[in-house]
Write a protein that binds this ligand. Sequence first.
Ligand code: ADP
Length: 463
Amino acid sequence: MKIVIAASEVVPFAKTGGLADVAGALPVALEDAGQEVIIVMPRYKAVSDAKFKIKRVSENISSSVTGSNIKVYFVENENYFNRDGLYGDKSADYPDNLDRFSYYCKRTLELLKEINFKPDIIHVHDWQASLIPVYLKTLYAKDAFFKGTRTLLTIHNIGYQGLFPKAEFPKLGLDWSYFGIDGLEFYDKVNILKGGMVFSNLINTVSATYSKEIQTKEFGFGLEGLLNKRRESVFGILNGLDYSIWNPDTDKFILKNYSPAGVKDKADDKEDLQKICKLPLKKDIPLFGIVSRLAEQKGFDILAEAIDDICKLKVQLVILGTGDIKYHQILEERVKKYPKTISLQLKFDDTLAHKIYAGSDIFLMPSKYEPCGLGQLISLRYGTIPLVFKTGGLADTVKKDNGFVFDKYTSDALLKTVKSAIKAFEKKDKWLALAKRAMQYNFSWEESARKYLQLYAKAKKSS
Ligand code: ADP
């Protein structure tokens, strides 16, 4: 099959979250399965010539290679993409995001014609690429080039929909008839993700549980009705994990490599992490790690409520992340109060993330909702036991025999589960057996790519 992956961030070129991990790893797994794949993404400032061996294709298109031989095309626009941020700066989203990503979508379709790549499937991700299926079914509806092309929209987080004022609708180049309840209109605003959901052939999310949850009022962010209407076309495929990057046996960022049989060696990585984070070098205190956006979605509201009680227990806590200023402040205050218990690293730091996954005993991920979640998959691979709220992809991947799960979203339930984890940690032999078991869970991309290929085949049969 000829497949285009259209995403606004792709590892190793640009990343703000899990979307980039998926858009980087899935094409490689598809290539390994014998498919012909290309990627199209915007060219941000960070995609530098020197770092990625960029080649010029045309005046505003350049390219690089990933996997064995996957062409990555970059849509360039000095004005729109040559910026430090992908979607905004520290204070807010960029005000011209509709212009930026509608340009990216249009240019992607034109590019396919220029390079004569007639795709069977254009697999678009999140709202930033959602205008591709919209344009295919409207502006390009009669274009013979795309006659055999079908689309799959993957929703990585339905909380981000690309909402813009109605007054911006004409910039999309679409007839006003598409601004209606059956089109891109959403409470008198333009909703780009909704457009993608209406016009794509099939839709999926990144876990089976989340695909059901988003069809309910509680998790659907207002789009549950539409998803319900299209429920025959809505699927869930769990993300895989790129084990060439996340493997404690070969990880170059960690002090001591280890395999399941040598999980005891994790102790060296724990000591290394404690040193880096200036925490007391204590083997017997359970070290809880967090690598996360500091956002309510990630459970920081209940964590903020429980944190005083948690810090009074025999624990250490390393938190790596950036996000809501509110949580920066709350956590900074607690560091002052409990300097020997908490280490707070307010930044995005890939190296430190690896060290936290390896050096922690328990990975704390009490997300309020979680489409799939990568943190728990990574921590399992590193024998770091996840402690999670039972939701979305967390519910599908963490169970009693590989982690700690609570099913009421309250600070009390979180605290209670933290206490059980501390108790379990005290039984050393059992704990090592648990860590060893966790490491042997397999969430490889091979299986997920196989499921995506089945979905592509299904999309090909639709009209
Ligand atoms: P999200 O909702 O943010 O996409 P995921 O769990 O799906 O959450 O993926 C988050 C990814 O980003 C993981 O690979 C995680 O390790 C990484 N990550 C998150 N915050 C940071 C940070 N501050 N520094 C380094 N890596 C981070």
